[in-house]
Design a protein around this ligand. Sequence first.
Ligand code: UDX
Length: 428
Amino acid sequence: MAELGHDVVGLDVDAAKVAMLAAGQAPFHEAGLPELLNKHVAAGRLRFTTDAAQIRQAQIFFIGVGTPQLPGRLGADMSYVDDAVATVLANSNATAEQPALIAGKSTVPVGTAQRIAETCNASGKHLLVAWNPEFLREGHAVHDTLHPDRLVYGLPEDEAQGRQAKALLDECYASVLAEGTPLVVANYPTAELVKVAANSFLATKISFINAMAELCDATDGDVTRLAEAIGYDERIGSKFLQAGIGFGGGCLPKDIRAFMARAGELGVDEALTFLREVDAINLRRRDHAVSLTESALGGSLVGRKIAVLGITFKPDTDDLRDSPALDIASRLRERGAELAVIDPAAGAELRRRRPELAVPDTVTDALQDADAVLLLTPWREYLSLDPVALRPLVRQPIIIDGRNVLDPHQWSDAGWTYYGMGRGVSVW
Ligand code: UDX
């Protein structure tokens, strides 16, 4: 927002994060973000605080707090959103002549914006509400925010309020709209549903190709060729058809579960029964990776040394939330294997959170005397590893490519036994 030309105050309850951000340091790994933080903190256009009084003058209050999965339930924890709204209500200086806008960014159960709008209307506080979901991908957050592929506004049904809310958002996104970014204007429930529908579709696409991987495993087919071939059909498209150990992260898994929970509350759970299957296929990928490793090692993992390359839920982030790689590594260890895990971004965090996992500094150290090597997160630096040079390091040349990103022939030719995910052995 500062890069788009606005004066921004970031309010959070986490004093340690606020202190880091105020010093121009990003509390997580995201390419391009430290540069932007430094630039705008130094220019005074961007401030961070735990003091809610600092937000009084704001014209727009973006709410971007988490909505994590409730422990032991499918639904989302809405307490952070509700606390943020209460903070805005208690602090906004908005007047009838100059109303302010709450613009929701968090991914929420459909019906939330209406509930918040009713609270605001009842408060007599001159606060409008819009829902303005974001679609950024971790690892591409800066680009996706400055150049989104679409903007979505969920506006109040009251026409006058809707016009005022739209004008504030249009002003805020003026430079993005000037680039020709498509804008979809809708009511609250549509805007809320757009976000979960998009993530459900992406999750479904990944589970679809992983289901095809199961079929390929049963028939010696090659899911990478299959994905390539169906991807040439423009109606299908080639993106998000990478079969492997499945999706993870802070969004896709919990969003499809919260969506199912909300559908149940709305009495339309049948409409989303398929998402249960999407989730089940996804979790089965992790079981498959564990049993494949076990059978590649002759049936037992006890005392076997396993090197894991990549532990984050995807490359270019240090995010370990619901990481399939971390889940698989943990399960292999529970079954008696000795793990050496390496990751370009999450090594330090992993050492702190999982002291039981060895986290060496180099790929060479990780592979030393390994009985099997698992590539679980396709970081760029692991795609170009040289199987010939690595061969002498390991005790047994077994490579399990959890993301189907290595060249099976190159690894086989170097003396390795290669296992992909639904990638039958073929000369083609
Ligand atoms: C996702 C959505 O893409 C984004 O639009 C939304 O705003 C937030 O949620 P993100 O969580 O950053 O973004 O990750 P994404 O790039 O979607 O990947 C999710 C998971 O799917 C990762 O674990 C990734 O490895 C996996 N994946 C992705 C596959 O297994 N196969 C694929 O073909 C693509």
